[in-house]
Design a binder for this molecule. Structure first.
Ligand code: PMV
Length: 319
């Protein structure tokens, strides 16, 4: 039997704007999806004791097609990442499944797991999305998408192409950060939010200006992170959240959670991922475990599930 796990992620800066070529920064967080695989004794694949269902187990079935077509497996999955929470659960499942199958075939490697998992996600999600989540989950650490070439902390990982589009992915060194994730438990739908911003941007120069402003905030945040200026990072998070609100992807609950976190001492707070529900992140003051606890409690009072995390977790691994 082979077991592999892969982390979920948060987007620190640049969601939505990355769809229009602006940079984005994502980081793996230690909420992991674990997958076990063993060759089946009969000609049937099962997942958690149920027969493999192509639609229901979209990522798993596509990962098998990509790596071990015509073979049958007994698989289990176990996730600490809630789905629909904007925390990259789908990408983490794809990456962990690909990693486990690659290991069984004797060839697990993070770059190829990131590439195959992106193909799997692309097919499972009906052809949309950037490779941000799958690369962050496979590589771990923090990942900069379309970042400034040769910029602070830039060390190239790989490039992923899809048709006309290409994404340059590089590793970014984060200073030590404590984030509190607040999962509002409202399900956000990435495709719906991306399409909504798409209509707004197609109709108004104003929306395109907001997208460029998000890009500028991300560039500023990268400089603050490289300088270890966490107050500056927090201010950039607040600005980013405001711009995302203008784009129409925040919700009353996300706004209330960000406000509640700031009130009890967060240096900044923003929604993370596609919005329309899902999760937000708040930056706790450095070295202040009590402040992180206070923020977590404040988020729970807003009805959210809170996780205190250090972004930059280890990527996909065989267990
Ligand atoms: O829903 P998430 O957390 O996977 O975030 C999507 C990020 C977007 O920028 C909105 C879309 C994308 O594919 O980059």
């Amino acid at each position: 039997m082979v077991a592999a796990s892969a982390p979920g992620k948060v987007i620190l800066f640049g969601e939505h704007a990355v769809v229009y070529g602006e940079p984005a920064l994502a980081a793996a967080v230690d909420l992991r999806v674990r997958v076990t695989v063993e060759p089946a004794s009969r000609d049937a694949t099962t997942v958690n004791g149920h027969p493999l269902h192509e639609a229901h187990h979209a990522q798993i079935s596509r990962a098998i097609d990509a790596i071990s077509p015509k073979r049958f497996f007994t698989m289990t999955t176990d996730s600490q990442v809630q789905s629909g929470a904007g925390l990259g659960s789908s990408a983490a499942l794809s990456v962990a499944t690909v990693a486990a199958l690659q290991e069984l075939e004797g060839a697990f490697d993070r770059e190829s797991a990131a590439r195959v998992a992106y193909d799997v996600e692309w097919a499972a999600q009906g052809g949309r999305g950037s490779p941000t989540d799958t690369t962050a989950s496979a590589a771990g650490g923090a990942v900069l998408v379309n970042g400034p070439v040769g910029g602070a902390g830039d060390s190239p990982l790989w490039e992923i192409r899809r048709g006309e589009r290409s994404w340059r992915l590089s590793r970014f060194e984060l200073p030590p950060l404590t984030l509190v994730i607040g999962n509002t438990r409202e399900r956000g739908k990435t495709a719906v939010e991306v399409a909504k911003v798409g209509r707004f941007a197609a109709r108004t120069g104003f929306a395109r200006e907001i997208v460029r402003d998000i890009g500028k905030v991300t560039h500023g945040a990268l400089a603050s992170l490289a300088a270890g200026d966490l107050d500056g990072v927090g201010r950039a998070m607040d600005k980013d959240h405001n711009l995302l609100t203008i784009l129409g992807v925040s919700t009353a609950r996300l706004d209330a959670c960000c406000e509640a976190a700031r009130k009890v001492g967060a240096l900044g707070a923003k929604l993370t991922g596609s919005g329309g529900g899902g999760s937000m992140i708040a930056l706790a003051p450095p070295g202040d475990a009590e402040a992180a606890q206070r923020i977590a409690k404040a988020l729970e009072r807003q009805g959210a599930t809170a996780h205190i995390v250090t972004p930059g977790a280890e990527g996909a691994r065989v267990e």
